[in-house]
Design a protein around this ligand. Structure first.
Ligand code: KIV
Ligand code: NA
Length: 277
């Protein structure tokens, strides 16, 4: 399978073939995404919570995200590799944003980067990164890095004012040069209207039908603990299977059942006797 290019994504969108995006944070999840045949792998800053145990995405650093990105890069050949620019790594200036994006490409192996928000400063960063030659995906609606300012992790665009705001943001992100936009936690009928006005593909999460969909891998596999947002569908009970597997191992060790005869090496006939002597 040839690597997924921006051109290929454009073709999928034009054909009406949904674009599939999933997150990955390490070599194992990267291999799972590769083998499952997705179109885009996102090294999301959701990895802050999902694999690093931080309380929210604002705590994760560029250096931490780069460790995750490098591991996923080693695993992924076919899907486009998209990396989130974490909170604090683009806020200071356009120069800081470009320098950060360059690190994700050169060190992290990113094919493209994603940046949240659409206020004038965010749009300036987005444009600067595109002008540096790095493809960018926008992210509007619920933007977790600034969730506190948005009133928490809640749906956006349910009221008239908010719906118009999200629509303006999506169009502004397109005008700034993004090749696609993630819209998160926005009512489906509002997203449908935004899509009519937009040329670039929308990758939705909690946004209803769109050119593409994205979910956090650990959510869709049932690995994440606790309650998930309404937009998560769980396709497998992998978390329970993992705990059951480790529990069975612990029980067999304690019962003296593991290791069995099939799990041991054989020595040359006199080797053990020589050790005793
Ligand atoms: O960090 C992330 O996982 C994301 C997606 C959910 C869009 O930004
Ligand atoms: Na993110």
């Amino acid at each position: 399978t040839p690597p997924v290019t921006l051109r290929r994504l454009r073709t999928l969108a034009d054909e009406g073939t949904p674009i599939v995006m999933v997150t990955a944070y390490d070599f194992v999840s990267g291999r799972v995404a590769e083998r499952a045949g997705v179109d885009i792998v996102l090294v999301g800053d959701s990895g802050a919570q999902v694999v690093l145990g931080h309380p929210d995405t604002t705590s994760v650093t560029v250096d931490e995200m780069l460790v995750l990105s490098k591991a996923v890069r080693r695993a992924v050949q076919t899907p486009l590799l998209l990396c989130d620019l974490p909170f604090g790594s683009t806020e200071v200036s356009d120069e800081q944003a470009v320098a950060t994006a360059v690190r994700f490409v050169r060190e992290g192996g990113a094919d493209a980067v994603k940046i949240e928000g659409a206020n004038p400063a965010r749009l300036s960063r987005l444009r600067a990164i595109v002008e540096a030659g790095i493809p960018v995906v926008g992210h509007v609606g619920l933007t977790p890095q600034t969730a506190t300012a948005l009133g928490g992790l809640r749906a956006q665009g349910r009221t008239t004012d908010e719906a118009v705001r999200v629509a303006r943001e999506a169009l502004a992100v397109q005008a700034a040069g993004a090749f696609a936009v993630v819209i998160e936690a926005v009512p489906a009928e509002v997203v449908a209207e935004i899509r009519r006005a937009l040329d670039i593909p929308v990758i939705g999460i909690g946004a209803g039908a769109a050119e593409g969909q994205v979910l956090v891998m650990h959510d869709l596999l049932g690995i994440t603990e606790g309650r998930s947002p309404v937009f998560v569908k769980t396709y497998a009970a992998v978390g329970d299977a993992m705990v059951e597997g480790v529990r069975a191992y612990a029980q067999e060790v304690r019962d003296g059942v593991f290791p069995g005869p099939e799990h041991v090496y054989r020595a040359a006939p006199e080797a053990a006797a020589a050790v005793r002597a």
